[in-house]
Ligand binder design. Sequence first.
Ligand SMILES: NC(=O)c1ccc[n+]([C@@H]2O[C@H](COP(=O)([O-])OP(=O)(O)OC[C@H]3O[C@@H](n4cnc5c(N)ncnc54)[C@H](OP(=O)(O)O)[C@@H]3O)[C@@H](O)[C@H]2O)c1
Length: 336
Amino acid sequence: MDMTRELERIVLVRHVEGLPRPSDFRIERAPIPPLAEGQFLIANRFVSCDPGTRSRLSPGASYARPVMPGEPVDGFCIGHVVESRNPAFPEGALVTATGWASHVVSSGRGYVRRLPPSDLPLSLRLGVLGIPGLTAWFALHRVAMLKPGERVLITSAAGPVGATAGQLARTLGADTVIGTAGGPEKCRWLVETAGFTHALDYKASDFEARFAEVAAGGIDVMLDNVGSTMIEAALPHMRTHGRIVLSGATADYSADVAPGVTRLRELITRRLRMEGILVFDDLPQFPEAEAGLAAAVRAGLAYREEIFEGLHALPEAFCGLFTGLSFGRRLVRLPA
Ligand SMILES: NC(=O)c1ccc[n+]([C@@H]2O[C@H](COP(=O)([O-])OP(=O)(O)OC[C@H]3O[C@@H](n4cnc5c(N)ncnc54)[C@H](OP(=O)(O)O)[C@@H]3O)[C@@H](O)[C@H]2O)c1
């Protein structure tokens, strides 16, 4: 192997305080080591910006250990195997893994999956057909067990998890799908393109009044991507035996102390279930869900992507997730 070959990767400069800034990251070059038996080298085509990465950039509660200053950061990525000493991941195989990097040396441990080829665009395998789409799928199918005729509320509805979930809810027979999002452009898209029944701009001055009006019909299933403030607002509108699925807490990831939920008594009086989802718990069922999501895309499920060019664009693209600048799945494309 050519020892002069190098990869590029994003490294954390310091633990993040509050909202992440591009200067919290730097890009570095490192040699690609010779492959050991069982290893393979992935050349990435796309890497993704995920709000959940924020929860690992400061010491604190996450299901995974925090990234330490000087360590590489690892969002999701997809690419092809370009060199292999592992027969399960031969040269040319399409693989999704983790790493904010041009290349990943893997031994197949952690989240590394060989994917079957598809005629759908590659970028979708990190978006509506990837972790965000799968999260929406299992949140509704397994955790919420959504039933026809139910009323659904989704926060951060214009994001890849939220927008996919709202449209899947419709195909599962939801009677009403309410989304919250920041700004009139996102709200218009949710109703006109993604088929939400109502889209409410949580930044608008009349939000509380409009939310009370729309939610007054009751909510059977809430999929929350944002955090405690919206759960607190939704609790008095939940119908008996309603389900609140906690997918993420984008608004709370950067807060020292999240506002919290005080109306817990509503869980008793309304016999509610509130449950977190971690999509990797459903790993064995991913292929089935991916097939369902691909069928939904072919049938017209709407999605939005924002594609940035080159690894150097990643820190700024990522930071935009927390200021409402993103609208759809944010990805960075790497040269072939
Ligand atoms: N549990 C799991 O296994 C799993 C897997 C994947 C993702 N997730 C979680 O699912 C959630 C959605 O992920 P996604 O990829 O679809 O990203 P996303 O919802 O598109 O996240 C970015 C968007 O979040 C909204 N946001 C940012 N700060 C906010 C704030 N303070 N208050 C309210 N909204 C805010 C912004 O939209 P607005 O303009 O609308 O504010 C922003 O554009 C995230 O919390 C993520 O961590 C969980």
